[in-house]
Design a protein around this ligand. Structure first.
Ligand code: ZN
Length: 140
């Protein structure tokens, strides 16, 4: 993924996760495997950005192996093509620090799908696997 030309161009632009940092210094190191998100929020942001850039490999690898369904990649492939992500807003979080093993992040992500504006409001649960934060599920 390091040599993908589009990612090089994008690396100078603002990160889609709305952190105020450029992509190169924000979610990109996670996407190219140069660093690991230290917190559940950082992983959540990097997954949003991966949806934005349609980085299905990253979405699969950042999903907890316990919930990685066989058809996850196909489902994600379909999903990322249909959705145009607009904005991420983190609303709340609990635990999920570098010292924790579990964490929750509540967020709203705005997107367009088939020309319609929509919002995804999710309470995501994250859990560490082999010392790395992974997405577990949505508790609604
Ligand atoms: Zn970011």
């Amino acid at each position: 993924m390091e040599d993908e030309p589009m990612l090089k161009i994008r690396s100078r632009t603002d990160c889609p996760c709305d952190s105020g940092k450029i992509y190169h210094d924000c979610c990109r190191p996670f996407h190219v495997g140069k660093a690991q998100p230290a917190t559940a929020v950082a992983l959540m942001r990097s997954r949003y950005t991966a949806f934005f850039f349609r980085l299905v490999d990253y979405l699969v690898s950042s999903t907890h192996p316990d919930v990685r369904e066989k058809n996850l990649r196909e489902e994600l492939d379909d999903m990322v093509d249909d959705m145009m992500w607009r904005k991420l807003k983190i609303i709340n979080k609990s635990k999920g620090t570098a010292e924790d093993r579990k964490g929750k992040v509540e967020f709203v992500a705005q997107y367009h799908c088939d020309g319609e504006f929509s919002e995804l409001h999710e309470n995501s649960r994250f859990r560490k696997y082999k010392g790395q934060w992974k997405y577990l599920d949505d508790k609604g």
